[in-house]
Design a binder for this molecule. Structure first.
Ligand SMILES: *[C@@H]1O[C@H](CO)[C@@H](O)[C@H](O)[C@H]1NC(C)=O
Ligand SMILES: *[C@@H]1O[C@H](CO)[C@@H](O)[C@H](O)[C@H]1NC(C)=O
Ligand SMILES: *[C@@H]1O[C@H](CO)[C@@H](O)[C@H](O)[C@H]1NC(C)=O
Ligand SMILES: *[C@@H]1O[C@H](CO)[C@@H](O)[C@H](O)[C@H]1NC(C)=O
Ligand SMILES: *[C@@H]1O[C@H](CO)[C@@H](O)[C@H](O)[C@H]1NC(C)=O
Ligand SMILES: *[C@@H]1O[C@H](CO)[C@@H](O)[C@H](O)[C@H]1NC(C)=O
Length: 501
């Protein structure tokens, strides 16, 4: 009888456990961010660049059609990590550059920290670009168990230098052993190792922050040869770089499958900002490019894949923003949101993606960034201001934005613009423009004159947001960064205090 009772109890307990774990079943998460990937540079948006692995996942998953990011790398990454708009992270204007003693503010909890709290092993491979002035700002002190990659941007893909010095870390140590090897191949090897060594009973978070397809445009010959049909040499290089990303995703997918993790893996794929036609990334038919608040700068190619999605093979047209991943993934994994004074701007969009529910998000602040006085020595200072923009429902208002045009790819008869073209457009300001993005996604018909009421409403929303903005985290360059880079022949944290580590 005792045994019978024990057995019953065992089954009951077990039954409860099954129910409990079903509701908080923690998926493995593969978060893929491709650097500077243009809207139209993926197969599933009609590109001549072949991306079969990406396309398969996209078409078996949920393609996000009204998904927005920030117009630059660092602000997008900060929003991804914290769920906050750039006006709340202090990154509304400037990228973190190699001499900048600023990064992702330390008072925010990060997405990987939240995932660690609920039992995840967390890894970042590739680009950090959220500050490296102190060890405390490096990924391994911001929620990642491991880091293999770099902290700046635009490295040489073979010798891994940025502005003359090596930028390559394993954890918090500079690694000098990979000279001459193409970075993305190294990242795939690292991912394969992490997946193979992963304890399958623990949830895995792998953040693949690809270095491709950011300039310099470089790719091994075997990939370049596949794009002989593209005459423009730089565009051919860019196509080859995206081809490598696609192959990398195929390889990483296979590693997940081999390990038996794939059925429980959620994949998120996104670009960090629009393509830059100077470096041969294209967003056509969208208007504008990286650095701008036109659709080509902020509307990114994206999809979600995973067997746990209830709906599959669909296109979601609801509004989703990069800040939404933080609350969505925290909620999905049974975590708790942090109680910072600065509330999370993102929404939990899981039901929108997985089940086709309407988005809880009705508007997206795209940015607020106007010229103002800047302090001190700013050698590397970026003088490009995005202006302001907001999307509310179908409508989008832009205020004081650099005028930007449409660029079609060279292989489709378009041109490869010189930097001066883009720079000219920067000084040619559009003061105000209103578009119905649902009806006119390519932003050709300014409706501001005909709809003064809508203009007034959207302006009021921007002003409401502006009241909550933190000052831009712009600080003078610190020449000590360079002094230490020269001494160490590598970019390293240069403002460490005894207890920073
Ligand atoms: C790395 O490559 C760049 C060109 O992309 C070159 O200017 C630089 O000298 C190289 N540095 C080293 C250390 O090889
Ligand atoms: C993918 O795997 C194949 C086979 O191991 C390898 O040759 C190729 O270099 C890998 N691709 C990347 C981008 O790492
Ligand atoms: C894997 O993780 C589980 C749960 O934490 C643990 O019981 C087990 O010992 C681990 N296996 C290995 C090989 O480390
Ligand atoms: C994954 O799912 C497929 C189809 O449901 C099944 O055949 C396969 O055994 C599963 N693999 C693992 C490792 O659970
Ligand atoms: C902005 O650029 C477009 C396309 O090149 C042009 O038609 C328009 O006149 C420009 N607007 C302003 C305000 O300069
Ligand atoms: C915007 O366009 C959509 C689609 O054509 C239409 O349904 C909607 O009424 C328009 N909204 C406004 C405010 O004009």
């Amino acid at each position: 009888m005792n045994l019978e009772l024990a057995t019953t109890t065992f089954f009951l307990v077990n039954f409860c456990v099954v129910i409990a774990t079903e509701t908080v079943k923690k998926p493995h998460i593969l978060l893929i961010l491709v650097d500077d990937l243009g809207w139209s540079d993926v197969g599933f948006h009609g590109s001549k660049i072949r991306t079969p692995n990406v396309d398969r996942l996209a078409s078996d998953g949920v393609i996000l059609d009204n998904y927005y990011v920030q117009p630059y790398c660092t602000p997008t990454r900060a929003s991804l990590m914290t769920g906050r708009y750039p006006i709340h992270t202090g990154l509304q204007h400037r990228a973190v550059l190699c001499l900048t003693p600023f990064g992702l503010p330390l008072h925010f909890s990060t997405l990987p920290e939240k995932l660690q709290e609920v039992g995840y092993r967390t890894h970042i491979i590739g680009k950090w670009h959220l500050g490296h002035h102190t060890s405390a700002s490096l990924p391994t002190n911001r929620g990642f168990d491991s880091f293999f990659g770099f902290v700046n941007y635009g490295r040489d893909h073979y010798n891994h230098t940025h502005d003359g010095f090596l930028d390559f870390f394993r954890g918090e140590e500079v690694t000098r052993e990979y000279h001459g090897q193409y970075a993305t191949h190294l990242y795939v090897k690292e991912a394969n190792r992490i997946i193979a060594e992963h304890n399958s009973s623990t949830p895995l978070f792998l953040y693949m922050a690809f270095e491709n397809v950011h300039d310099p445009i470089q790719a091994p010959d075997e990939y370049l040869r596949k794009y002989k049909i593209i005459e423009d040499k730089k565009r051919r290089g860019y196509a080859a770089m995206m081809d490598i990303v696609d192959e990398a995703i195929g390889n990483i997918t296979a590693a997940f499958e081999e390990k038996g993790l794939w059925n429980d893996t959620l994949v998120i794929f996104s670009s960090d900002n629009g393509g830059d036609p100077v470096n041969r990334g294209y967003n056509y038919p969208l208007r504008g490019y990286k650095r701008t608040l036109w659709e080509g700068g902020v509307r990114a190619p994206a999809f979600v894949y995973g067997k746990m999605l209830i709906q599959k093979g669909v296109i979601v047209k609801e509004l989703i923003h990069v800040t939404d991943w933080y609350p969505t993934l925290v909620r999905l994994t049974g975590g708790t949101m942090d109680s910072s004074d600065i509330p999370v701007d993102g929404f939990d969009v899981w039901d929108t993606i997985a089940k086709g529910a309407p988005s809880p998000r009705t508007e997206i602040l795209l940015n607020i960034d106007f010229p103002e006085k800047r302090p001190g020595l700013l050698l590397t200072y970026d003088t490009w201001y995005t202006g302001a923009a907001i999307r509310v429902g179908d409508m989008k208002l832009l205020i004081h934005v650099p005028n930007a045009t449409w660029y079609q790819t060279p292989e489709d008869g378009g041109i490869a613009p010189p930097m001066e073209d883009i720079w000219d457009q920067k000084t040619n300001i559009v003061e105000l423009a209103l578009f119905n993005i649902s009806a006119d996604p390519t932003e050709r018909h300014d409706l501001s004159r005909r709809n003064p009421d809508i203009v007034r409403q959207l302006k009021a929303r921007i002003h409401e947001y502006q009241k909550t903005a933190v000052p831009p985290g712009i600080v003078p360059d610190d020449i000590m960064a360079l002094v230490l880079a020269m001494k160490n022949k590598a970019w390293i944290p240069w403002r460490n205090t005894c207890n920073a580590r």
